[in-house]
Design a protein around this ligand. Structure first.
Ligand code: 13P
Ligand code: SF4
Length: 317
C-alpha cells in the first residue's frame, strides 16, 4: 500500500464514521476528485449540498462555494479544508460597492454570479452560475434594467446571448481565465487542427469586444463552443469528435478524461491553474474530518437574504 492509498482509506473510514459527504469542484486536484462522492460545477455542487442527508459536508472547492452550501444546509456542518481557498473573482466586488451601484440604478434587478461572498449575495435578486446565467437573465422582464456582477466576460457573453441592451456589467475578472490569451489558443489550434474547441465564458477571449473588433481573427474563435464546466463534460460525452481543446482551469481535464477514456483533451494553457482550488489536498481533507476544520458559517441575517437569490439560481436550470 502506498501513502496515497493509506490516506484515501483513512479518509473513507472517517467519512463513514462521521456521516460525511465529500463534494469536489471539477478544478480540484485529481486525487481529490477521485475521493469525492460527487464532482461537479458550482450549480451541481449547490444542488447536492441542498439535498444531502449527510451531517457533515466536506467542501473541496473555494470559500464562496462552501458559504453557499452552508446557506442551503444551515443544519449541516460545512467544512472547507483550507480557509485560505478564496477566489480572485469574488474579491472584485464588496457588498458596499454593490449597494452604491444599486443606488445609481434604482429599480434595477441584480444578477450576481455565484462567485461572490455571502454579503454580496444578500444584496442580490438572482444568483447564477456559468451554466444558467443566460436562462436567469432571460427570466427577468425585458423592460427591467439588469446589474450583472462580478465577471465582465461572462456578462458580455450573456448580454450577447440575450440581446439585452439594458444590462450593466461590473468590471471584475478571474485571474486564471483572464490569463488565457488568443496566442495560447492559436498555438493549440495549429497543433490540433481537427480538435473541437470548448471555452469557459469567464475567458477573456469570449469578450464580445474582441469579437466585434475583429481581433478574433488571430485566435480563430468563430467555431468555439462556449460552455460552463459541466457543459464541457456533457458536450464532450455527446459529441462524435474524439479530440478537444479546453480553455478553462486545467483541473477539468482529469474529469473529462475519466468520463471519456477514449477521447483526447488538450489544455489551451498549462498555466491556467487556480491556486485557490489547488490548496485542497488529501492531508487537509483528513485533518478537516479529524479536527472539524474549517467550519464555514454565515450570519443568519445575511444567510436569510442570500438564500432567496441562491434558491432562484438552483431552481432555474
Ligand atoms: P462553474 O460555475 O462552471 O463551476 O465555474 C466556477 C468557477 O469558479 C469558474 O472559475
Ligand atoms: Fe475564482 Fe477563478 Fe479560481 Fe474560479 S478559477 S475559483 S473564478 S479564481
Amino acid at each position: 500500500m502506498n501513502a496515497t492509498t493509506d490516506i484515501t482509506e483513512e479518509i473513507r473510514e472517517l467519512k463513514e464514521k462521521r456521516n460525511a459527504v465529500i463534494l469536489a469542484h471539477s478544478y480540484q486536484r485529481p486525487e481529490v476528485q477521485d475521493i469525492a462522492d460527487f464532482v461537479g460545477d458550482s450549480l451541481g455542487l449547490a444542488r447536492k449540498a441542498a439535498n444531502t442527508d449527510a451531517e457533515v459536508i466536506v467542501f473541496c472547492g473555494v470559500h464562496f462555494m462552501a458559504e453557499t452550501a452552508s446557506i442551503l444546509s444551515p443544519d449541516k456542518k460545512v467544512l472547507l479544508p483550507d480557509i485560505d481557498a478564496g477566489c480572485s473573482l469574488a474579491a472584485t466586488i464588496t457588498a458596499d460597492e454593490l449597494r452604491k451601484w444599486k443606488a445609481e440604478h434604482p429599480g434595477a434587478v441584480v444578477v450576481s454570479y455565484v462567485n461572490t461572498s455571502a454579503d454580496v449575495k444578500a444584496e442580490t435578486d438572482y444568483c447564477c452560475t456559468s451554466s444558467n446565467a443566460v436562462h436567469v437573465v432571460n427570466a427577468i422582464p425585458r423592460d427591467k434594467e439588469v446589474l450583472f456582477c462580478p465577471d465582465m466576460f461572462l456578462g458580455l457573453h450573456v448580454k450577447r446571448q440575450t440581446g439585452r441592451t439594458n444590462m450593466h456589467i461590473w468590471a471584475g475578472e478571474c485571474h486564471v481565465h483572464a490569463g488565457i490569451r488568443p496566442e495560447h489558443i492559436q498555438v493549440q489550434r495549429d497543433a490540433h487542427p481537427h480538435a473541437e474547441f470548448l471555452m469557459h465564458p469567464e475567458c477573456g477571449c469570449v469578450s464580445q469586444l474582441l469579437y466585434m473588433q475583429g481581433l478574433n481573427e488571430s485566435c480563430a474563435m468563430e467555431d468555439a463552443k462556449i460552455l460552463s464546466t459541466e457543459g464541457m463534460v456533457n458536450y464532450a460525452k455527446e459529441s462524435p469528435s474524439n479530440e478537444f481543446i479546453i480553455a478553462t482551469e486545467t483541473g477539468i481535464l482529469h474529469r473529462l478524461k475519466k468520463v471519456n477514456p477514449t477521447k483526447s483533451f488538450h489544455a489551451v494553457s498549462g498555466c491556467a491553474e487556480c491556486k485557490f482550488m489547488k490548496m485542497i489536498t488529501l492531508p487537509k481533507i483528513l485533518r478537516a474530518l479529524h479536527e472539524d476544520l474549517y467550519v464555514i458559517t454565515v450570519p443568519p441575517a445575511i444567510a436569510e437574504r442570500a438564500l432567496q437569490a441562491i434558491q432562484r439560481m438552483v431552481a432555474i436550470g
